[in-house]
Write a new protein. Structure first.
Ligand code: PLP
Length: 435
């Protein structure tokens, strides 16, 4: 039945026509892989995160294909913090990715997910003694972040008389502008070289790789070019000065996903995985490693492999107009569930067809907080209470950074490749959050 919408008079403020042409709106998301979105909400409640197994597998398969075509030795490592549901991590592991973890909690998860220690990379700036002991016990590869960690690790291994496989994280000038100098050892001031020297002089630390992670959602491939050049040069310097042929160069993550950054200009073109791949592998070839000493290229790609594999379904709680006649919607999912809405303009689409009249709308979340805005401005039809909307590309960093704030966290389901549905996290209840 058609819904009646009270008419209102609105001042039209005309601005310069957009170079990108007239704004258009996306079609409704009636189903996810054949399963009705409104039925999903009826069955599992609202809001609801929906993951697609097919999309996840497709993403990692495609990324591997792209890199493997260009370079003979490539290893993906799934960045747990991006989305650490066991069912998600297991898919990446089944597709050949090892694990990249940054905490004791994530390390436990990787072990629980069946990863052998030598297939777990332990990154991060906060490794306490107990974490290192656990990692050593499981034969995990430890990426050392700072001198304090290096000295602690050396003391532990001296005491245990146990050899540990290590790499160092390196930060460097890449031209990206906002270099992440707080992580790892600096390349230019020679801290990285000094760290290598100390590892070489230690009795039980074995250097097998070098690591960097130069930023996230990198809109240009050029910083990867610079970083790969420096990493390759450094690997060759290590060979020359210490006679160590590194097993791998780990270029971290940072590839952009299919989301629109709030800070990026309208139609900015986002590099494809193949652009990053061309850039990184070209520089590895330019470095001219001897064939038998060619290092494996490790990639810790996160958001680019998972963002488009999840949708957040949410329901309209209320509709209003402000004093200027501008349309405002409150939905039952806010920044408590969508951390990334602080910097992305996530696409929001209806889940059933409406008339062609779409109107500029502000979409608010359900929190009793003024900052809870999911989209300042998005074209939406005349939605009414209980209508379901789909928020697109929400797979990365939301289900790990969501907050237990005001409302309980929702269920997360996965549409399997065979069309069945798995509940991978039940909706929280007051009883299940009993602290
Ligand atoms: C060390 C490390 N590796 C990989 C990633 C994944 O990055 P992205 O999601 O940008 O690909 C991160 C994210 O911050 C990281 O810190």
């Amino acid at each position: 039945m058609e819904q009646y919408e009270r008419p209102s008079i609105k001042l039209i403020s005309s601005s310069l026509p957009s170079k990108g042409g007239q704004k258009c709106h996306n079609s409704p998301l009636v189903d996810i892989e054949g399963i009705s979105t409104t039925e999903l909400v009826k069955q599992y409640g609202s809001p609801l995160f929906v993951l697609s197994e097919k999309q996840i597998r497709g993403n990692i398969k495609e990324a591997k294909l792209v890199f493997n075509r260009l370079y003979p030795k490539v290893q993906f490592a799934w960045s747990y913090k991006t989305n650490y549901f066991d069912e998600v991590c297991k898919i990446f592991h089944q597709e050949g990715s090892i694990a990249e973890v940054v905490s004791s909690f994530e390390l436990d998860k990787a072990i629980r997910n069946g990863m052998a220690g030598n297939k777990i990379i332990f990154n991060g700036p906060n490794k306490k003694k107990d974490d290192l002991l656990k990692a050593i016990k499981h034969n995990v590869i430890i990426h050392i972040d700072n001198f304090d960690e290096l000295f602690l690790l050396e003391a532990i291994t001296d005491e245990l008389e146990t050899t540990v496989q290590t790499a160092i994280r390196i930060n460097m000038k890449t031209g990206a502008g906002n270099e992440w100098e707080r992580f790892g050892f600096n390349y230019e001031n020679k801290d990285a070289l000094s760290a290598v020297q100390k590892i070489v002089n230690s009795k039980y630390l074995k250097l097998i790789g070098i690591h960097c992670h130069i930023g996230t959602f990198m809109l240009s491939t050029t910083p990867y070019k610079v970083a790969t050049q420096k990493m390759a040069q450094f690997a060759q310097q290590i060979k020359k000065e210490f006679n160590i042929s590194l097993m791998y160069i780990d270029m971290g993550g940072g590839f952009a996903s299919q989301n629109a950054l709030k800070t990026a200009y309208n139609n900015v073109s986002i590099p494809q995985i193949s652009d990053y791949a061309n850039c990184i592998t070209n520089e590895l070839y330019n470095a001219d490693f001897v064939e038998e000493e060619r290092p494996t290229l490790v990639l810790e790609t996160g958001r680019a492999l998972i963002d488009n594999a999840a949708t957040l379904l949410a329901s309209v709680v209320s509709t209003k107009r402000n004093n200027a006649g501008h349309r405002m919607l409150t939905i039952d999912a806010g920044v408590n569930l969508l951390y990334t809405s602080f910097w992305y303009n996530h696409d929001i689409v209806p889940t059933k067809p409406y008339s062609d009249f779409y109107e500029d709308t502000t979409v608010y979340g359900p929190l009793c907080m003024n900052i809870d805005v999911i989209r300042e401005s998005v074209l939406l039809p005349a939605l009414t209470k209980n209508d379901v909307v789909a928020i697109m590309n929400v797979g990365a960093y939301n289900m790990t950074q969501w907050m237990q704030f005001i409302n309980l966290r929702p269920a997360v389901i996965m549409v399997r490749e065979d069309g069945t549905i798995s509940v991978i996290k039940e909706r929280d209840t007051t009883a299940s959050v009993n602290y």
